[in-house]
Design a protein around this ligand. Structure first.
Ligand code: NAD
Length: 420
């Protein structure tokens, strides 16, 4: 019955990974079950008045995987394909990510099945405000703190802050993270996920005998994570040769000029058609030779049919769940691709969200340099911890990273005990 509720290929991926980690950690059945299942999932229908005067009912989910180590933390996604099983898998990965980074949070994720690109600003605002109202009994700065994800952004978070604050009668900025600076967002938060991906990818490259100077990269997805990954890699001296988004892919054998691409993107709404690059098939782009391949779009981008064709040295997982377990096995057998698993690679986002939450609770603001320095210190420490743990126990980077996270959660659950 429970499995039926969450039935989804992405949920199956999260379960397969969890079972491998739980076997390695030799967790007993009781603690396994307590770690595995979400504490709560909330599904709401969200009626919205559309611009043409009709009313449309959208469906949204929020999964709170566990609250043992603190409030639930995780993004809110707007996408036509949002499903409960996938949202649950993303909440589970958030749990391991927060515990791996030793942040005082459990994992959560939310989503509304909608196509934001086909909705007006007014429709998106009404959808966001109504969803927030429906969530009010279940969220709060000490219960559940949402953040942007695919299809949502700073403006979405501003509407959520306003709706929650109006309901409470005073401004409560710590209800969400990823807010605009004018509403006490944190300097550095918008770029944090991509900055972290690039920082970890370049240090992995150097640790495996390469150098960022003269290196090349391919980035799949050019939204928040992909664009900031590309930008930071560019500042490190890495040539970005291939970039794709949902509309197409572009290639320049020397290097894509990012400032010019941003101008093209703001006019056309897509990277496709950029004059100073060739068009390339988005799948073919992934197979090109490069030092760093950063999938920063959707889950399952690297699968059994393309894993053998990758020609990168570092696979930097900016997206959540971009590599299927079959692809993982192929890459691990090959042994020539260093994978930075999602729970580590994109942890810059939630870590900086944690900094934003702390600043909001303290009514204090740090500078962007302070934020990014603290972030880099934490990412570097965790990357070294994962590498040492993987070496000591002969594990893949993914299993090592998840095992460190699961272990922290299991210990917290065992230590707190169970209310009789
Ligand atoms: P976004 O909506 O800002 O951007 C998504 C990008 O992916 C867009 O450029 C879109 O065109 C592109 N895309 C969608 N489908 C594609 C396809 N089939 N092929 C190529 N490109 C495609 O989303 P985002 O916030 O950048 O999130 C991207 C991924 O990173 C998601 O998996 C998300 O869960 C993960 N993530 C985001 C954050 C964050 O702080 N935003 C933090 C951690 C992880």
């Amino acid at each position: 019955m429970r499995e039926e509720l969450y039935k989804d290929p992405v949920f199956s991926m999260a379960m397969e990974q969890f079972n491998e980690v739980a076997d390695f950690l030799e967790l007993n059945d009781e603690i396994r079950e307590r770690c595995r299942w979400p504490k709560r999932w909330i599904t709401v229908s969200v009626p919205v008045r559309m611009d043409d005067g009709t009313t449309k009912v959208f469906h949204g989910h929020r999964v709170q995987h566990h609250l043992t180590r603190g409030p639930v933390k995780g993004g809110l996604r707007y996408h036509p394909e949002v499903k409960l099983g996938e949202i649950t898998a993303l909440a589970i990965w958030m749990t391991w990510k927060c515990a791996l980074m030793d942040l005082p949070f459990g994992g959560g994720k939310g989503g509304i099945a909608c196509d934001p690109s086909a909705m007006s600003t007014g429709e998106l605002e009404r959808l966001t405000r109504r969803f927030t109202m429906e969530m009010i009994p279940f969220i709060g700065p000490n219960i559940d703190v949402m953040a942007p994800d695919m299809g949502t952004n700073e403006q979405t978070m501003a509407w959520m802050t306003d709706t929650y604050s109006t309901h409470n009668g005073h401004l409560e900025p710590s209800i969400v993270t990823g807010k605009p600076l004018t509403l006490q967002g944190s300097p550095g938060r918008t770029k944090a996920t991509g900055h972290g991906v690039a920082f970890l990818a370049s240090s992995a490259l150097e640790q495996t005998g390469g150098s960022t100077q003269g290196a090349s990269a391919i980035v799949q997805g050019f939204g928040n994570v992909g664009s900031h990954t590309a930008h930071t890699l560019d500042t490190y001296g890495v040539a970005i040769k291939g970039i794709s988004d949902v509309h197409g892919a572009i290639w320049n054998d020397k290097q894509i000029h990012l400032a010019k691409l941003r101008k093209h993107l703001s006019k056309e709404g897509t990277v496709a058609g950029f004059a100073e690059a060739e068009t390339i098939d988005p799948q073919e782009m992934l197979h090109q030779k490069c030092d760093i391949l950063a999938p920063c779009a959707m889950d399952r981008a690297i699968h059994k049919d393309n894993a053998a064709k990758l020609q990168c040295r570092i696979l930097a997982e900016g997206a959540n769940g971009p590599t299927t377990p079959e692809a993982d096995r192929i890459l691990n057998e090959r042994g020539d691709v260093h994978i930075i698993p999602d729970v580590l690679c994109n942890a810059g986002g939630v870590t900086t969200s944690y900094f934003e939450w702390v600043q909001n609770l303290q009514r204090y603001r740090w500078t962007e340099r302070e934020v990014l320095t603290k972030l880099e210190t934490m990412l570097q420490r965790t990357q070294q911890q994962v590498r040492r743990y993987a070496e000591r126990h002969k594990l893949t980077q993914r299993t090592a990273a998840q095992a460190l996270g699961v272990c922290n959660v299991a210990k917290a659950k065992a230590t707190r005990g169970m209310f009789p």
